[in-house]
Design a protein around this ligand. Structure first.
Ligand SMILES: [Zn+2]
Length: 304
C-alpha cells in the first residue's frame, strides 16, 4: 500500500468541481490526516455500554445463528467489551438517492443516532478467522470490493454477504481515477459493476473511488452515473493498525461518521492479523460509546 498516502494527497489537492450534493461532503482539508498517533480521546465516563452483563452470562453458549443477539461470551471470546446495540433502522432513510442525474458524494450520514458505519475496502486479505469473528459479533459492514483483489476467491465474501452485508463497487484495478481518461474511468466502474453483479447477484448502488481520488470531478461522476451506482461514498475516519485517523481536529467520532478499513493481513499490518485490527477498530468505537449500524439502512436506493 505504498502508493496509498501519495495518491490520497493527490485526491486531496485536486480541484473540486463543486459537484457535491446536499449530503455531507468529503473534506480533505484536515491536517490530522497523516498522523500516526491519532489516539482516541480520554473516555467520558458515561459513554460506555453496561458492563454488568459479562460475569453473569459468561457461561452461556454462543448465540444461535440469526437471532441478532450477541452474547457476552462472544465478545469475551474476541477479548472485546460489548458494543451498544444499534438502534432500529430509521423508517425514513435520511439519504435518498435519485434514479438519474448527478450522484451525490457522501462521507457521513446526517443522523442524530449515536451510530457510525464501518466500510471495508479492496479485499486482498481473506482470513477465515474474520468470517468467524463476524459470525460471532454480527457487526454490520459495507464491503467496497475491487476485482483484482478478490478474483482469486470470490467465494470468501459470500458468507459475509449472506449475513446481510452489502457488496459495493471499488473499480476493477484500483487506479487513481483522476489520472485516467474518461473511457478508462468508465471501464473501471462498469467492469467492477458487472463482475460484482454476476458474482454476488446484486448490483452495487454505491461506489468508492480508490484513495478517494477524483471523487468530486465531473468525469468520475459521469462514469458512475453511466455504470449504475447512485452515490460516491467517501469516509471521515480511517482505521490504521491500532488507532483511528480522524479528519476532524477533535479526534472524536460523530453520529453518522463513515469509517474506512481494509481487508488487510500481517503483511500490511506489521504482523497484526485482520481480526486483531478489527478488534482494535471496535474498541475505538466502543470507547466512545457508539454502536455500528448498517450504512444501507440509512441510504434509500432509487425506487425500481
Ligand atoms: Zn481501495
Amino acid at each position: 500500500m505504498k502508493t496509498y498516502q501519495r495518491s490520497r494527497l493527490t485526491a486531496c489537492t485536486a480541484g473540486s468541481l463543486a459537484l457535491v450534493a446536499a449530503v455531507a461532503v468529503s473534506g480533505c482539508g484536515s491536517s490530522g490526516g497523516e498522523q500516526k498517533n491519532a489516539v482516541a480521546p480520554q473516555s467520558t465516563p458515561a459513554a460506555g455500554p453496561p458492563s454488568s452483563a459479562a460475569p453473569s452470562t459468561a457461561a452461556t453458549p454462543p448465540p444461535a445463528a440469526g437471532d441478532g443477539q450477541v452474547s457476552a461470551a462472544a465478545w469475551a471470546k474476541w477479548h472485546l467489551q460489548p458494543l451498544p446495540a444499534a438502534p432500529a433502522p430509521p423508517a425514513d432513510k435520511p439519504v435518498k438517492l435519485g434514479r438519474t442525474g448527478q450522484v451525490p458524494v457522501i462521507s457521513a450520514i446526517p443522523t442524530s443516532d449515536k451510530v457510525v458505519f464501518v466500510t471495508i475496502d479492496d479485499g486482498e486479505e481473506k482470513d477465515p478467522k474474520f468470517i468467524e469473528m463476524m459470525n460471532d459479533l454480527k457487526i454490520p459492514v459495507t464491503m467496497f470490493l475491487m476485482d483484482d483483489a478478490i478474483k482469486n476467491d470470490y467465494g470468501y465474501f459470500k458468507p459475509l454477504q449472506a449475513a446481510g452485508n452489502h457488496i459495493q463497487n471499488h473499480t476493477l484495478h484500483h487506479p487513481a481515477m483522476s489520472t485516467k481518461s474518461a473511457v478508462v474511468q468508465k471501464n473501471e466502474v462498469c467492469g467492477d459493476q458487472q463482475v460484482l453483479s454476476q458474482q454476488y447477484g446484486a448490483a452495487p448502488f454505491l461506489f468508492r473511488p480508490p484513495y478517494g481520488d477524483g471523487a468530486n470531478t465531473a468525469t468520475l461522476n459521469s462514469a458512475v452515473q453511466q455504470c449504475g451506482p447512485r452515490a460516491v461514498v467517501l469516509w471521515r475516519e480511517t482505521m490504521q493498525i491500532h488507532d483511528m485517523q480522524y479528519q476532524a481536529g477533535d479526534k472524536k467520532l460523530k453520529p453518522g461518521d463513515i469509517i474506512l478499513a481494509h481487508f488487510r493481513g500481517p503483511k500490511d499490518l506489521k504482523g497484526e492479523t485482520m481480526t486483531e485490527m478489527f478488534g482494535e477498530l471496535l474498541s475505538r468505537i466502543q470507547e466512545q460509546g457508539f454502536s455500528v449500524a448498517r450504512l444501507e439502512d440509512y441510504i434509500q436506493p432509487p425506487a425500481g
